[in-house]
Design a protein. Structure first.
Length: 226
C-alpha cells in the first residue's frame, strides 16, 4: 500500500472523484482546529451519515481573525457532499466571508459523466476527474484538479511527495507522509495559488495537518475523530 500510494502520486494516476468511502466507514466525525500564528481561531468539523450505499458528509467551518480586539476577517460556512457508493453525486455549500456570500451547487450528470456547477466563482461543466477540495478526503492528494468547496472554481494542482516524517500533535506522536500541494499555473497571483503542506497518516487514511502562509501562518490540525 505504501509503495502504491507514492507511485500514484508521482505519476498522477488519480482515482478521480471516487472517494473510497470504505476508508471512512469507521468514522462518524472528524474534528480539526484552525490556528493562525499559533493562536486557536476556529474549527472545521466533518460529520458522516450513512444509509445503505449512500453517504452524506457534512462540513462546518468557522473562524475569525482579530486585531487589537476588532474582528478583521471572519468565515462561517456549511457544506454537504453526497456519495452513492464511491461516486460523488451532489455538493452544496454556503459560506459567509465577512459580509460576502459565496456558494456552490454541484450535481453529477450520470449520462455525460460530468459535473454541472453553479457557483459564486464558476458556472459550467467540470470533468469527473475533480474532487471537492475538503481536508477530510485524502483523495485530494491523488488528483490533478479540485473544485473549490467555497466558490466552485476549478483549480489544477501538482502534488509532490516530500518524505516520511514524525510529528507531534496534541501530545501524541505520528509517523506520516509529508506532501506539498501547489497550483499548476504558477502565473496566478500569489493570493490565488494553492500552496499547502500536508501531513498524511496512512494507517488511519487521514490527513493530520495542513499548513500554509497567507496573511499569517495557518494550520489545520486533526484533534479528534470518532
Amino acid at each position: 500500500m505504501k509503495n502504491f500510494l507514492v507511485f500514484v502520486l508521482i505519476v498522477f494516476c488519480s482515482s478521480i472523484s471516487m472517494a473510497h468511502m470504505a476508508h471512512y466507514n469507521k468514522y462518524n466525525k472528524i474534528e480539526m482546529e484552525i490556528f493562525r500564528n499559533g493562536e486557536l481561531i476556529g474549527y472545521n468539523y466533518y460529520f458522516f451519515n450513512r444509509k445503505g450505499d449512500e453517504t452524506v458528509v457534512s462540513n462546518q467551518i468557522k473562524f475569525s481573525v482579530k486585531l487589537l480586539g476588532a474582528t478583521i476577517f471572519q468565515v462561517e460556512g456549511y457544506g454537504e457532499e453526497k456519495y452513492y457508493k464511491d461516486q460523488l453525486i451532489s455538493y452544496v455549500s454556503k459560506t459567509l466571508q465577512n459580509d460576502k456570500e459565496k456558494f456552490v451547487n454541484l450535481v453529477f450528470n450520470k449520462q455525460n459523466n460530468e459535473f454541472n456547477i453553479k457557483g459564486s466563482s464558476y458556472n459550467g461543466k467540470a470533468s469527473n476527474d475533480n474532487i471537492i477540495g475538503n481536508w477530510w478526503n485524502h483523495k485530494i492528494l491523488q488528483t490533478q484538479s479540485q473544485i473549490s468547496p467555497v466558490s466552485g472554481s476549478i483549480k489544477e494542482q501538482v502534488v509532490t511527495f516530500v518524505g516520511k516524517e514524525k510529528i507531534s500533535q496534541y501530545g501524541k506522536s505520528f509517523e506520516v507522509d509529508h506532501f506539498t500541494l501547489k497550483s499548476k499555473d504558477t502565473s496566478l497571483p500569489k493570493d490565488k495559488r494553492l500552496d499547502f503542506h500536508i501531513w498524511f497518516d496512512q494507517k488511519k487514511s487521514m490527513i493530520l495537518k495542513v499548513s500554509y502562509s497567507r496573511m499569517g501562518d495557518w494550520e489545520y490540525r486533526l484533534k479528534n475523530f470518532e
